[in-house]
Design a binder for this molecule. Sequence first.
Ligand SMILES: Nc1ncnc2c1ncn2[C@@H]1O[C@H](COP(=O)(O)OP(=O)(O)OP(=O)(O)O)[C@@H](O)[C@H]1O
Ligand SMILES: [Mg+2]
Length: 387
Amino acid sequence: MSAPARSFRLLHLEDSEPDHALALAHLRRAGIRFEALRIETRSEFEAALDQHWDVVLSDYNLPGFTGVEALQLLRARTPGEGPPLPFILVSGQIGEDTAVEAMRNGASDYLLKNNLARLAPAVEHAIAAGETHRARLAADRELQVSRRRLSELAQHLQTSVEAERHAIAREIHDDVGGSLTALKFELDWIRRHADQPQVQQRALSALETVTSAIEASQRIMQNLRPAILEQGLVAALQWMTSRFEKRTAIACEFRTSHERAALPPGVPLVAYRTAQEALTNVSKHAQATRVVVDLSISGGVLSLEVSDDGRGLAADDLAKTRSFGIRGLHERASTVGGWVDLSSGAAGTSLILSVPLEDATTGGATDHNGEAAAVPDDPEADHWSTH
Ligand SMILES: Nc1ncnc2c1ncn2[C@@H]1O[C@H](COP(=O)(O)OP(=O)(O)OP(=O)(O)O)[C@@H](O)[C@H]1O
Ligand SMILES: [Mg+2]
């Protein structure tokens, strides 16, 4: 092994000066550069641990103290996942039991004083292992931070998409919808007051065009921001499932024991979008003949299950790089403190959204997603539903 370039700081728990000198000579001979401090007692050891060290060498028999106790003390100072400071037991005679105990307590290695040829490689190895461990911990920490950031970003995107949809729906409602409705009245007036049948005919066909434009804008608004949610989640899911059945010819049953559930802001929209994506998936992928949407609230947890009798999920379905529906549902659920589970088998696929209601956040996420308008006592609610 080549000699490391940097100088290590070595703490040596050793009551014999000649043994200390011998150990250092072995290290020097191997080309290891180091600064060393020899100490003997527990209090010296404890005081020394306030400084930075790269490796600890320790005799077993010390005045009023043992190497294994030193090791326990060291580990108590760096509990849990902290990178362990390499600790090598170097003793005159060390029984197998002691060696096993030391290794179990996290010693990096143990050596006999009459065989110090192994000291230099053991020190180098212990230090390298410590550094690898430290690097791995740092990488793990970075990974965790970047996972958290990614998840925060994904959640933010979910909520800002809803806010954006809400804003677009409002503009369509106020500008386009308002103008089209005014135009419809004007055209109707023209039709009624026109003397010439040709003009009447033209006005009538213009009225039909405007009427279908109004319907289209209502459809777009409904997709952008489900106004039906103002009548509550139960009503919205009833409407969604019956529309799904008509559109797809897949039998769709909606079950719930709740007439009208009082839910924290944000939760209805999350549940609605979850059902929407799950049903879209059923129509796109499942080849199902029947789907059941079940909404229940029990034990303070809302659960919404969409289960179909289709082909089920294949092993790699959820890893598709260009599929974002289910991934988005996980992020969406976590904006209100919930989660999504998927299960699949020969009998089809089942997707379950669970949201603990006491813990449902009413903070950031729901402030942004425009869902406030779905709260029953919101002054905007009427404005939206009367369009
Ligand atoms: N109900 C289901 N039955 C069978 N397979 C399904 C079902 N739901 C999802 N899948 C499979 O899981 C994959 C991932 O679904 P996901 O909703 O994440 O993405 P997607 O529907 O393919 O695309 P999008 O991003 O438009 O939602 C689908 O491509 C499909 O293969
Ligand atoms: Mg999908």
